[in-house]
Design a protein around this ligand. Structure first.
Ligand code: PAN
Ligand code: ZN
Length: 196
């Protein structure tokens, strides 16, 4: 794969049905085995893992300098499915520079962007084709696919923002999105730990 750090003007294409970016520099693939302790139903996850290490989501990245002034750009593709009652989702993270925001422009699918601030405030916004979500500074964010097709977004965030995964890995999100009577429902996470 071509690997360059772009500082000259350029353009790229985004296939809205697959989320594939052309050209791209990195492809991140996250599977069930990478999501240790993140889904509520551990037994359901283990039973699934015995059969297959399912691909949950992918990120196609365009490489630009990871420094202030640039805009990091990627697509995020979360596949449909559930672990127990919980929909497939991304790990979720705060930005390392917590005062940096992000835009998710949804190109395909149905889902929820779960956001939670370092003070414990939370908000769930719908993700659907043609709708964009603004993730403000100080908010962790996770995309959750509640539909039947891939949930695809184009993400843009400041260079140098960085990713803090450890906080969510250890404390979780305050709210979970679980299926109840065939529909997504927001429920308290029994394992959530306050950051304050
Ligand atoms: C997105 C995310 C992408 C994958 O590009 O990185 O959706 O989710 P996780 O990073 O939580 O695994 C973004 O928010 N970048 O900052
Ligand atoms: Zn982010």
């Amino acid at each position: 794969m071509e690997h360059v750090t772009r500082t000259d003007p350029f353009s790229f294409s985004v296939d809205p049905s697959t989320g594939i970016v052309t050209p791209h520099d990195n492809l991140i693939q996250r599977r069930l085995s990478h999501m240790n302790g993140m889904f509520m139903d551990q037994a359901a996850r283990e039973a699934m893992l015995e059969v297959e290490d399912t691909l949950l989501y992918e990120v196609y990245e365009v490489e630009v300098p990871d420094e202030a002034g640039h805009l990091m750009v990627c697509t995020s593709i979360t596949y449909p499915g559930k672990v127990g009652r919980e929909y497939f989702m991304t790990k979720g993270h705060f930005h390392e520079k917590i005062q940096t925001a992000e835009i998710y422009s949804c190109l395909r699918g149905q889902g929820i962007m779960m956001m939670e601030s370092d003070r414990g405030d939370w908000k769930a916004e719908p993700m659907t084709q043609g709708r964009a979500v603004y993730v403000p500074p100080y908010y962790a964010h996770r995309s959750i696919n509640t539909g039947q097709e891939p949930l695809i977004s184009l993400c843009v965030y400041p260079g140098g923002a960085g990713h803090d995964y450890a906080t969510i890995e250890t404390k979780g999100f305050r709210k979970l999105v679980l299926e109840k009577n065939g529909k997504p429902e927001i429920e308290d996470n029994p394992k959530w730990k306050s950051r304050i």
